[in-house]
Design a protein around this ligand. Structure first.
Ligand SMILES: [Zn+2]
Length: 310
């Protein structure tokens, strides 16, 4: 009787706790390269829904379907979608190793972690959903590593013709996040945008940040990085970083020029996003040229390897 009670108790515990473990059986990869002869133990990802504060756990590959659906148009080339899948999986692996939130590995805000939509709420149609799912499945378990560590797989929508060195954006040099050529994006919709505001609005904003601007002639010539993004610009005696001006005036990127007179200030901007790592539109251009997702990733992330998560 006592044994039966213990057994029943163990069974009950197993039933209660099993769903929390979200253990997924190891899947053997059927990749042709011997380097991929590794068992992939699919991890589980805890995701914070920033809209209602709830946290849910989901197996990595299922999570990535929701990420790629949210982060890249399904109309993009298959190899670009695969490159996005690997970049997103790598980024997620980094968050599993070092969670971004107190109660979750990652959240679903693009501005904080990585965009995500529930696949069941995807409105792009069954065909597109299956196309994205195939891209995730075809790269199952694959991440980018540099010297055996997962890389910081940052990406952006559209470069300004070249991608930017991470050091110029965040201040830290990262060996695999160097500037890369990214031509062919000029023909993408809204590659070049412009914003015009009144000189007084411009003056008030920069002066609230410590500048002493009173005349358009006190707007200096921007100092550009090798990739063409503004490193710094002196306005009203104060030196601003290009990224500061981008944020202050909600510019699509830090690759901008300024023209000003007594009444108006116009920003002309190229690209969209911080410019570091893979350009999503650039990846699509390379895919159209026939490049594989491995080639695309190695173009934007210098010296990385692609391997199965361990
Ligand atoms: Zn977050």
């Amino acid at each position: 009787m006592k044994t039966e009670l213990i057994c029943a108790s163990l069974l009950f515990s197993a039933m209660v706790f099993m769903p929390c473990l979200t253990y997924v059986p190891a899947i053997e990869e059927a990749h042709p390269s011997p380097a991929y002869d590794i068992i992939y133990e699919e991890p589980s990802v805890s995701v914070l829904n920033i809209y209602d504060g709830s946290v849910f756990s989901v197996p990595m590959e299922e999570y990535l379907l929701g990420v790629v659906l949210a982060e890249m148009p399904a109309s993009f080339e298959e190899e670009a979608l695969k490159a996005q899948s690997v970049a997103a999986r790598t980024y997620t692996k980094g968050k599993l190793d070092s969670p971004a939130h107190e109660n979750a590995d990652i959240c679903m805000a693009a501005s904080c972690c990585q965009a995500y939509i529930y696949p069941s709420l995807y409105e792009g149609g069954e065909e597109n959903l299956l196309k994205v799912k195939a891209a995730v499945d075809d790269t199952k378990g694959e991440i980018m590593t540099y010297e055996n560590e997962p890389v910081l797989a940052v990406f952006h929508s559209m470069s300004a013709g070249k991608t930017e060195d991470a050091e110029n954006v965040w201040g830290n040099s990262v060996p695999y996040l160097k500037s890369a050529e990214s031509s062919g994006e000029e023909s993408v919709d809204r590659f070049e945008t412009s914003i015009t505001i009144s000189f007084s609005e411009f003056m008030n904003k920069v002066n609230s940040e410590g500048a002493k601007l009173s005349s358009p002639s006190d707007i200096g010539k921007p100092l550009l990085s090798d990739a063409g993004y503004v490193k710094s610009i002196i306005i009203g005696g104060k030196s601003f970083k290009g990224t500061e001006i981008r944020s202050l005036f909600s510019l699509r990127s830090a690759a901008f020029t300024i023209t000003a007179d007594d009444s108006l200030v116009t920003f002309s901007v190229k690209g969209f996003g911080h410019g570091v790592g893979m350009s999503q539109h650039g990846a699509n251009v390379l895919a159209k040229e026939g490049k594989s997702y491995e080639k695309i990733l190695k173009h934007y992330y210098k010296g990385v390897d692609i391997e199965i998560i361990r």
